[in-house]
Design a protein around this ligand. Structure first.
Ligand code: NAP
Length: 256
């Protein structure tokens, strides 16, 4: 695997399904970790299960708040003087016919799943640039490969598509400074997030460890190699079903 001793990694969404699996793996590789989420008590509980607790800092952070994001980066720099890796993993899902989606829900998805990723990237790139390098890893979504965005998920998916585009641009803009950018595209994974969704094929869910392993793979690559995008998709992905229903039975006399 990869030795992360001495590497400072911020993980947002560390209290969630994918984030928790990830911090367990990063801690096992001896990383110095800053765990961020709103539920500080859950972060502290996770910390209790991890080795080398002295290398783990838990910070309460609402990623929809600019002030909290500035505090997260500011506090990490004050404590450790550098940030080697930012893993943007905080996220919410949202499943509504667009005409029924509450305005507040649209706002929440935009701020959590897009705004926070861009703002945190902006806050860490200069310290990374000064340090001669770094790695930004976004937990995006396999839904970016579904075009058009799936029904009832159009705000969620279109923001993930925007995030994919942002990350690709960020890579080209920052690569001469030694900064890597990786987008991870998970398929449907067993976490509290999918637990809230309707019509999920339980038997096809992947485990969060599979997604966490892809992050470890990205971190293990040599300095001159950046895995720009990694898709980890269910072997029997539900998306092989048509996402736009079409009429199988043509009306009598209709042209085929
Ligand atoms: N699970 C899947 O099938 C799947 C598939 C594709 C992509 N993804 C993406 O993977 C990422 C993680 O998802 P997950 O499945 O692990 O979800 P999850 O288990 O529901 O965890 C979500 C995490 O995000 C944090 N979070 C939510 N809103 C926040 C806020 N305002 N401020 C700070 N933290 C916040 C939660 O922490 P607190 O509640 O403690 O704040 C929690 O740690 C998301 O970006 C999601 O879109 C998931």
């Amino acid at each position: 695997m990869v030795n992360l001793e001495g590497k400072v990694c911020i993980v947002t969404g560390a209290s969630g399904g994918i984030g928790k699996a990830l911090v367990e793996k990063l801690a096992a590789q001896k990383a110095t970790l800053v765990l961020a989420a709103r539920r500080l008590e859950v972060l502290e509980e996770i910390k209790r299960t991890l080795p080398q607790k002295e290398k783990i800092l838990c910070l309460k952070c609402d990623v929809t708040s600019k002030q909290d994001l500035e505090n997260l980066v500011g506090y990490t720099l004050k404590e450790y003087k550098k940030i080697d890796c930012l893993i943007n993993g905080a996220g919410v899902s949202s499943q509504y016919p667009f005409w029924e989606q509450p305005l507040e829900d649209i706002e929440k998805v935009m701020y959590t799943n897009y705004y926070s990723y861009v703002m945190l990237s902006r806050l860490v790139v200069n310290p990374m640039k000064e340090a001669g390098g770094g790695h930004i890893i976004n937990i995006t979504s396999g839904s970016v490969m579904v075009d058009p965005p799936p029904r009832n998920f159009i705000v969620y998916t279109s923001l993930k598509v925007a995030l994919r585009s942002f990350a690709k641009g960020l890579f080209w803009e920052m690569r001469d400074f030694g900064i890597k950018v990786t987008s991870i595209f998970p398929g449907v994974t067993r976490t509290p997030l999918t637990g809230k969704l309707k019509n999920i094929a339980e038997d096809r869910l992947m485990e969060p460890d599979s997604i966490a392993d892809s992050v470890l793979f990205a971190l293990a690559q040599p300095a001159n190699t950046c895995p720009l995008e990694l898709s980890v998709i269910n072997q029997q992905t539900p998306w092989t079903k048509p996402v736009i229903p079409f009429k199988q039975n043509h009306p009598q006399g209709a042209k085929k």
